[in-house]
Design a protein around this ligand. Structure first.
Ligand SMILES: C[S@@+](CC[C@H](N)C(=O)[O-])C[C@H]1O[C@@H](n2cnc3c(N)ncnc32)[C@H](O)[C@@H]1O
Length: 225
């Protein structure tokens, strides 16, 4: 049996594995020019692991939006723990109908969420929320990078830089430690039924193994031209 406490511990340990990827959030942020206290919108922020890192890096004001309320609840707890309630907000809001005034943000950030709307459509639809000469950072499935670069140009952004995370990187830095964590917890299960957190993690891992080629990713750093 996995107790509530152990399930919570599983979630925390999975978060620690996710935090290992924050070096790429820092890398992308480091490519942006310095902006004094930027307003940032993190689209599809999940439980806010990168959002909180951005708050620490930027000293700015950040709104994270997502439709997964349980992830947002966890995010809210972590905002409090980090003492960042004055600068960071978690909002239940869909990325399909973002409702902020035009030109509200210096930076739009999207890690792993633009797939939901589609790369080109996301670039087009979200542009109006950026201030003129604002920036967008989009981390997405690698797919066809040249095609994505073309779409970036067509949507009137300037590509400042990009970097790729290979499937080997995803395996060694995220999925292999996750597999190890799941295996450890499976040894203490007494029923075949997996608790929710483990089931989701197993689903992520299975998906990676079925389509490892889909699990290289690319992070674009763009300027609103
Ligand atoms: C791969 S996760 C990435 C989470 C977070 N950005 C990170 O890097 O840890 C994708 C996120 O997009 C969110 N998402 C999917 N569809 C969405 C929608 N229609 N509106 C807002 N968020 C959405 C999911 O709930 C999920 O939290």
């Amino acid at each position: 049996m996995v107790t509530m406490k152990e399930e919570e511990l599983f979630r925390l340990r999975k978060n620690e594995i996710r935090k290992g990827l924050l070096k790429y959030t820092r890398k992308a942020f480091g490519i942006l020019p310095k902006i004094e206290k930027p307003r940032i919108l993190d689209i599809g922020c999940g439980s806010g692991i990168s959002t909180l890192e951005l708050a620490r890096l930027s000293k700015g004001e950040i709104i994270g939006i997502d439709i997964d309320q349980s992830a947002l609840d966890e995010f809210v707890q972590n905002i409090k723990i980090a003492g960042l309630t004055s600068r960071v907000q978690a909002v239940n809001h869909s990325l399909f109908d973002i409702d902020f005034p035009d030109r509200s943000f210096d930076i739009i950030w999207s890690e792993g969420s633009i797939y939901a709307i589609g790369f080109k459509k996301g670039l087009q639809k979200w542009k109006r929320f950026l201030k003129p000469y604002g920036f967008m950072v989009v981390h997405d499935e690698k797919g066809n990078v040249s095609k994505k670069v073309e779409q970036i140009q067509k949507c009137n952004y300037t590509l400042l830089d990009y970097f790729v995370l290979s499937q080997e990187t995803w395996w060694s830095e995220y999925f292999a430690p996750l597999e190890q964590l799941i295996a450890e917890y499976r040894t203490i299960l007494t029923t075949p039924q997996l608790p929710k957190g483990l089931r989701q993690a197993q689903g992520e891992l299975d998906m990676f193994k079925r389509h490892p080629e889909r699990n290289s990713s690319v992070c674009f750093i763009l300027k609103n031209a």
